[in-house]
Design a protein. Structure first.
Length: 413
């Protein structure tokens, strides 16, 4: 039976009774990560880019959650902040019940083997001057996963699990194709026996046929080793195959969260509907109802007021322009941040329309007053220029006198 747990007021899904006993392996509460983009004379940050802005979710052991969204929505920053590659600016991260968001680097070291990252680009994430065996064995030696005399055999076993031949042990990364390099990255991550793996678009740089092999490998490893995945991707078809639940992000916020089959069959948020309408259907006779979003994504350094998606939403209401929507459970185990599913707001839209009109009127008065002030200031500057500065025009009086004198002499002559 599926039940719910409380996550600071937000209910989160539990997949089975066995998982309920152990609790979530990863729990993120109101996580924030801001990057300073402008500093004052003293070096103090005065403007920030809101990369991750109040994100909450949890993942049960042995399951996978997919994190999807357009480029720049904060997916990769979220993964790296959970790993503490970036410092946390707000919120909490719990791993197996222990808070790791505020640990010092020395105390965080023991968690490094439990949480691993598979990078997006296998070409740049592997050191070119180290052999495959040395790359995989490095972390094994540092963290003392096995005794020194067993490292070689252990690395060969990990390579075999990831589909790498034993003769690859002494070769260098440049001798391999993209798919093989990604297998090396996976082997390096799994060599330290992690419990949670954050996959940052692990197949986006690969051919479609190779993508299928890597996804099948990840799925097989999850079943045999009991791994938990946070799977970051743009490819919704891949996410559908490998994940148990999906979280949709937009400009650093969570727009929707639910089971994978629920999100694909019945997306609630207008952004999710537009995003998933682009998924190709393997049926030549099926007609796709593609939803085209107008405009560009606003800057995360200066996000719009209210709902961050309202500038591109076809269902935008006046309340969306003023108030940020609350994250609520619209259906069972299905959560969304949209005013369309808030019964209190939808029952009293007239009040918010009047509030918005009043806000627009006040803003228009301020703008008119500011324009009038600038006009008065500009008029005073023009008056000062007319009274105190030399003006362009005909020559001065002395020149005119000379001309008048020459004319008088001509008349006398």
């Amino acid at each position: 039976m599926e039940e719910m747990i409380e996550n600071n007021g937000n209910a989160m899904p539990i997949l089975n009774e066995e998982a309920q006993e152990s609790g979530p392996i990863l729990k993120v509460e109101h996580l924030k990560k801001y990057f300073p983009i402008k500093r004052n004379f003293f070096g103090k940050p005065v403007a920030f880019l809101h990369a991750v802005d109040d994100v909450s979710f949890s993942v049960m052991p042995g399951t996978a959650i997919g994190v999807v969204g357009e480029s720049g929505c904060g997916k990769t920053t979220l993964g790296r902040t959970i790993l503490r590659l970036y410092d946390v600016d707000g919120g909490d991260v719990f791993f197996e019940g222990a808070e790791i968001s505020k640990l010092k680097k020395k105390d965080l070291r023991k968690y490094r083997t439990d949480i691993q990252l598979i990078f997006q680009d296998p070409y740049s994430s592997l050191p070119p001057r180290m052999t495959v065996g040395a790359i995989i064995a490095e972390a094994v030696k540092v963290h003392h996963i096995v005794p020194k005399n067993e490292v070689h055999d252990y690395v060969l076993d990990v390579m075999k699990q990831c589909g790498l031949q034993p003769q690859y042990y002494d070769r260098y990364p440049h001798e391999f194709s993209g798919g093989q390099r990604q297998r090396i990255c996976i082997a390096r991550a799994l060599a330290v026996k992690p419990k949670l793996v954050i996959c940052d678009e692990p197949v986006s740089a690969l051919d479609v046929s190779i993508q299928a092999q890597i996804i099948n490998l990840l799925k097989e490893l999850q079943e045999t080793m009991g791994l938990t995945y946070v799977f970051i991707s743009h490819d919704l078809s891949v996410v559908k195959y490998i994940t148990d639940q999906i979280m949709v992000m937009y400009l650093g916020n969570v727009m929707e969260l639910g089971k994978t089959e629920d999100i694909f069959s019945h997306p609630l948020h207008p952004y999710t509907q537009a995003l998933f309408s682009a998924v190709p259907i393997p049926d030549p006779d099926a007609k796709m109802n593609r939803i085209i979003l107008e405009g560009d994504i606003p800057s995360p350094a200066n996000p719009p007021k209210g709902c961050k998606f309202h500038t591109r939403c076809s269902k935008c209401m006046n309340v969306c322009r003023m108030i940020q929507p609350t994250y609520l459970e619209a259906e069972e185990n299905h959560f969304v941040a949209c005013h369309l599913y808030n019964e209190e707001i939808m029952a009293d839209l007239g009040k918010y329309d009047a509030m918005y009109e009043e806000e627009c009127r006040i803003q228009a008065e301020k703008e008119a007053e500011e324009n009038a002030r600038k006009h008065r200031k500009g008029g005073k500057q023009q008056d000062g220029a007319a009274s105190g500065l030399p003006q362009s025009g005909p020559p001065q009086d002395g020149t005119n006198d000379v001309q008048d004198g020459s004319e008088e002499k001509e008349e006398e002559g």
